[in-house]
Every structure is written in structure tokens, then in C-alpha cells.
Design a protein around this ligand. Structure first.
Ligand code: NCD
Length: 302
């Protein structure tokens, strides 16, 4: 691992490896609490974040690394004075050993990597990709289902602008026999490019119009919020597919309900106490997977 830019860069064996080291770190936290002691990591966030930034930052600290951070780079960094992203990267890389970047442009991480001589970690780029979210999602499925091959997953909500979904399907496509369902209005359907990505690799993608089109024994329901900030100027008609107790109760007791969070109203709060609701576990796993990612990037230095 060097840069982490897109889910497409991974091989299945690398995921096996990452999940193994994540479990190892998780069980032996003390043994890993100084492995990044000579590293300074920068978090450079041009968009809001709670989980991604704070879980990365705590991951750095729990591994003994130090941080420099701009949580509000659009207003608080020299971008506000007209500096380009690439110039910003050129500067920060002389201060930090890796840059964790969230940006509103789809190709921001790729652009950054083209000039960077330190690892760039894509922490979400526009409506394009969010590979570390997908890594923690797949890890969560693996931990809770004990397998990934052969599962079925229904992705729900904003499949058009949701970068978490775009990265998740690419990671799951490394496995075998996965069946993908997509429940959204036509306006927010999974982009053609993503459907093709799956079909070219021999997967079935089944678009759905209502919860009734999803088999009751589906392994994973992956709910997402409307990505309003991406379509403010497009005048699109939103349609929400809300999961409340009456909906979740139509599904098997083994179905997992996941969500990258933050949620709006697409999962009713009453569902939180259902043992199938695993989104808070998913968020917690994010910290451990990000420790695994950081360790893997720097392990040759240890
Ligand atoms: C996601 C994101 O930023 O894309 N959030 C996250 O990182 N957990 C999903 C979202 O914002 O809806």
C-alpha cells in the first residue's frame, strides 16, 4: 500500500492482509501504541466530517503518531487566498509523512497523488469514491457474517451521488458470487458506469422499485442518505426509502442493516435497538481499520 485513492486499486489478498492486521492491532493495542512515533500525519478536509476525520486522527494517535490538521480547509487554509489544491499538497508534504484528504472534487485525490511524494489517503472525493469507508464496510460484513463470497446486498437511497456506494461495489467485486440489489428512485439510480463495472465482472445487479423487490433473506441492507450538497443546483425530486420497524421486520433475523452515517430520517431511531442495526459497530470498526491502513502504509519503516 502506498497511496489509497480508489477501491479499484486493491487485490483480494491485500484485503485479507488488512483485515488480519486490523484484528491483530485491535487485540494487542499496547503493542502498536508507538509504531508511528516518528511520523506526523496531516488531515486536510475541505468538506464536513465527523467519523472519517476523527477516526483517522484517533487512529494516528493510538499508533503513537502526531497530527497536523485543517478541518475546514475551504475557509481556513490558504485556499481561501486562492491557493490551488496542488500547491497546498506540495507544501504540506514537506511538513507531514502522509496526507489524509477529503475534497469536493471527484478527482482531487488522484490529482494530489500526481504531485505528492508522501502517501495520499483519499478520505472522500466528491461524489466519486470513499475507499476507506468501503474497507471498513467490507471488514464489518466479514466480521459479522464470517464470509463475503456469496452474500447478497441491497444498497438503498442515493446511489447516484453516494461515494460510499461507488467504492463499496468496487471492493465487493473482488469477491465471488455477490448479488447486488439497488433500491432508489430513477433520479438517484446507480450510474451506468457502476452497473457496467459489476456486469463486466459477471455480477448480477438488480434495480428495485420498493422494499418488496428485495428478498427477505438478503444478507445486507446498506442504507444511505440523500447527498443534498451534491445536487443543490440541479432541482431534483428526492424520494426517500425510509427504514422503520415495520420495514426491517419484513427481513430475516440474519439481515444486517448498515449505513455509512450520518443519517437523516432514512433510518428511524426506533430501529437502533434492533440487533440487526449495526451502523454504530460499523463506525467503531472504522477506527480499527484505519489503524490497520496506517500501519500497513508505514510498516516497511518499522
Ligand atoms: C459518508 C461520506 O462522507 O461520503 N460519510 C462518511 O464518511 N461516513 C457518507 C455520507 O456523507 O452520506
Amino acid at each position: 500500500m502506498y497511496h489509497i485513492l480508489t477501491s479499484e486499486q486493491f487485490k483480494r489478498e491485500e484485503l485479507d492482509e488488512l483485515f488480519k492486521i486490523t484484528d491483530e492491532i485491535r487485540l494487542n493495542l499496547r503493542d502498536y501504541n508507538s509504531v508511528l512515533s516518528d511520523k506526523v500525519i496531516a488531515t486536510l478536509f475541505y468538506e464536513p466530517s465527523t467519523r472519517t476525520r476523527l477516526s483517522f486522527e484517533t487512529a494516528v494517535q493510538r499508533l503513537g503518531g502526531k497530527l497536523i490538521s485543517t478541518e475546514n480547509a475551504r475557509e481556513a487554509s490558504s485556499v481561501a487566498k486562492g491557493e490551488s489544491l496542488l500547491d497546498t499538497i506540495r507544501i504540506i508534504q514537506s511538513y507531514a509523512d502522509a496526507i489524509i484528504l477529503r475534497h469536493y472534487e471527484n478527482d482531487a485525490a488522484m490529482q494530489a497523488a500526481s504531485v505528492a511524494r508522501v502517501p495520499i489517503i483519499n478520505a472522500g472525493s466528491g461524489s466519486g469514491e470513499h475507499p476507506t469507508q468501503a474497507l471498513l464496510d467490507v471488514y464489518t460484513i466479514y466480521k459479522l457474517k464470517k464470509k463475503i463470497d456469496g452474500i447478497s446486498i441491497a444498497m438503498i437511497g442515493d446511489l447516484r451521488f453516494g461515494r460510499a456506494v461507488h467504492s463499496l461495489i468496487r471492493l465487493l467485486a473482488l469477491y465471488e458470487g455477490i448479488t447486488f440489489y439497488g433500491l432508489s428512485s430513477e433520479t438517484f439510480a446507480l450510474p451506468e458506469e457502476d452497473v457496467n463495472y459489476l456486469e463486466k465482472r459477471g455480477f448480477r445487479y438488480i434495480p428495485c422499485k420498493s422494499f418488496k423487490d428485495i428478498p427477505e433473506d438478503v444478507d445486507v441492507l446498506y442504507q444511505t442518505r440523500m447527498q443534498r450538497e451534491r445536487f443543490q443546483n440541479l432541482n431534483l425530486k428526492e424520494e426517500n426509502f425510509i427504514i422503520d420497524s415495520s420495514i426491517i421486520n419484513n427481513f430475516s433475523k440474519n439481515t444486517l442493516l448498515m449505513h455509512p452515517l450520518p443519517r437523516n430520517n432514512e433510518i428511524a431511531v426506533e430501529v437502533d435497538k434492533d440487533p440487526r442495526a449495526v451502523y454504530f459497530i460499523q463506525a467503531e470498526n472504522g477506527m480499527y481499520v484505519r489503524m490497520g491502513i496506517l500501519y500497513s502504509i508505514f510498516k516497511k519503516d518499522n
